[in-house]
Design a protein around this ligand. Structure first.
Ligand code: CP
Ligand code: NVA
Length: 301
């Protein structure tokens, strides 16, 4: 059988994704009850990080430990990747030694090239274009707090970045409406927008996007690799902060999410991220449970 990868949310069917969310909730419950479940006993996950990480690294490493396996952290600084060994060669070698691979990198085509030469499942731990693992955790968090996300309205406020692109795919796969508000010049991938049809709208006005939303989501204004654009972006995104005034446009029971790390006073005010509508800590924790469900699905079928 062909190896399954998770490079974007479109690699799984809607039924498979919904199954993963249900399984993540189940695994969270059994793990909290102290049950031992080791489907990856003696198995190894290779983790290639070309960008920084707190949540992604710790959640994958903890997931493998809890599953009875092991994770290896690899960075370009101390592997041959940093000295120019081709990604295809790295894929061929790593996938003969480990059972799964997770990669966080820059260009999305790099993870596609890796996957094309890998004998084992490859998981996208973030590229410049997508962050699908985060969406599993976000959907799990919404479902836990409010029930099914299908038919709901999500507002994305800010940069049309990797998270925004993954929200567009999620709107298709999980069947929710997505209102995106971002400044001109910072739009998400137009091909993804076109493929999503009229369930996804794009506006320049955050208040319009947030109106009657069930969930309001934002992310940093300058993503990893864009640090030198910080000042330019602060100017472009002024007016795109998720604050109390903007949250008041959403439904009274709306939730707030942010993949973290966050910058209070920039993309989100402290009153919102530290307030009662924010579920960011559950969202961060759910990276662990959602990825355990993903690893189990990819490895065990
Ligand atoms: N949300 C997220 O991916 O966090 P890290 O960059 O800390 O992994
Ligand atoms: N858009 C952010 C997400 C970080 C988890 C980035 O790419 O830096």
């Amino acid at each position: 059988m062909a190896v399954r990868h998770f490079l974007t949310l479109m690699d799984l069917t809607t039924a498979e994704l919904n199954g993963l969310i249900a399984r993540a909730i189940e695994l969270k419950g059994s793990s909290r009850a102290g049950e031992i479940h080791e489907p990856l006993r003696n198995r190894v996950l290779g983790m290639v990080f070309e960008k920084s990480s707190t949540r992604t690294r710790v959640s994958f490493e903890a997931a493998m430990a809890q599953f009875g396996g092991h994770a290896i952290f690899l960075s370009p600084r101390d592997t041959q990747l940093g000295r120019g060994e081709p990604i295809e060669d790295t894929a061929r070698v790593l996938s003969r030694m480990v059972d799964l691979v997770m990669i966080r990198t820059f260009e999305h085509d790099k993870i596609e090239r890796f996957a094309a030469h890998s004998r084992v499942p490859v998981i996208n731990g973030l590229t410049d274009h997508y962050h699908p693992c985060q969406l599993l955790a976000d959907v799990q968090t919404y479902v836990e707090h409010r029930g099914a996300i299908a038919g709901r309205t999500v507002a994305w406020i800010g940069d049309g970045n990797n998270m925004c692109n993954s929200y567009i795919n999620a709107a298709r796969q999980f069947d929710f409406r997505l209102n995106i508000a971002c400044p001109e010049g910072y739009d998400p991938d137009p091909a993804l927008l076109a493929a999503a049809g009229d369930r996804v709208t794009l506006t320049r006005d955050p208040a319009t996007a947030a109106t009657a939303a069930d969930l309001v989501v934002t992310d940093v204004w300058a993503s990893m690799g864009q640090e030198e654009e910080q000042k330019l972006r602060e100017a472009a995104f002024a007016g795109y902060q998720v604050n109390g005034e903007l949250m008041a446009r959403a439904r009274p029971d709306a939730l707030f999410m942010h993949c973290l790390p966050a910058h209070r006073g920039e993309e989100v005010s402290a009153e919102v991220i530290d307030g009662p509508q924010s579920v960011v800590w559950d969202e961060a924790e759910n990276r662990l449970h959602a990825q355990k469900a993903l690893i189990e699905f990819l490895y065990c079928g």
